[in-house]
Design a protein around this ligand. Structure first.
Ligand code: 5RP
Length: 247
């Protein structure tokens, strides 16, 4: 038998190490986004783990004397912002700025898929009210074309509970809708609706897909955020950079 050969394995990142890296990346973008908030601004605050880090980052600035008011996109964000000392108001006019996470972002158009956290409808209302809408994501969310993400990211569709099985049947023409569940029970949104996650959409063009989903009665809103973000802050564990929308 020949000499024993030492096997060289490529370095494998543990799940813990990856989670720490992700969390550092999110922290980078949250802090960069908090620097966009000027004194006196009315700001929309998104939902999800990155947006929650943004809440902590602006709360620190508020403690340091920044005056700002905010509109929250979910009950969870609302509770967190309130307990962090951020003044919350009802949405009743244009916002200076809205900051939110995303599940996938097209690097050129900044078209995004959002809603894996289930807050897509309120998030879209708030984003649409903002003069400037900025996405905060880590590098893993950025893709060359939005359709490249469809393998791992479904397009969430919020639907009315009434007649949802019929709505799901109609969505089946566009892909594979799956009722979102938690602990074996259908997830109910803050608006009292259901979420159907549309896997493997048959239409790769986001504009055509969005129009086809919008045309289905019973759909409240979907997670395709097209022509909304003017920039994205993209974070890695060490720094953050900004992507502007190409026109
Ligand atoms: C919630 C969202 C979130 O912004 C999106 O799911 C990203 O979440 P995270 O920052 O936790 O990755 O759209 O509806």
């Amino acid at each position: 038998m020949g000499a024993e050969r030492k096997l060289e394995y490529p370095p494998v990142m543990t799940i813990d190490a990856r989670a720490k890296q992700n969390s550092r990346s999110k922290q980078q973008v949250a802090e960069a986004a908090a620097r966009l908030v000027d004194d006196g601004m009315l700001v929309g605050i998104g939902s999800g783990s990155t947006a929650e880090m943004f809440v902590q980052a602006i709360a620190a600035r508020v403690t340091g004397g920044l005056r700002m008011r905010a509109v929250a996109t979910s009950r969870r964000t609302e509770a967190m912002a309130r307990s962090a000392g951020i003044e919350l108001v009802e949405l009743d006019g244009p916002l200076d700025l809205a900051i939110d996470g995303a599940d996938a972002v097209d690097r050129r158009t900044l078209a995004a898929v959002k809603g894996l956290g289930g807050a897509l409808t309120r998030e879209k209302i708030v984003a649409a009210a903002a003069r400037t809408f900025v996405l905060i994501v880590d590098t893993t969310k950025v893709v060359d074309r939005l359709a490249d993400a469809y393998d791992r990211v479904p397009v969430p569709v919020e639907v009315l509970p009434f007649g949802w099985k019929m709505t799901a049947r109609r969505l089946r023409d566009l892909g594979s809708p799956v009722v979102r569940e938690r602990d074996g029970e259908p997830v109910t949104t803050d608006n009292g609706n259901l979420i159907l996650d549309l896997y493997h959409p048959v239409e790769s063009d986001p504009t055509r897909l969005a129009a086809a989903i919008d045309a289905i009665t019973g759909v409240v809103e979907h997670g395709l955020f097209l022509d909304m973000a003017s920039s994205a802050i993209v974070g890695s564990p060490d720094d953050a950079y900004s992507l502007d929308r190409e026109h």
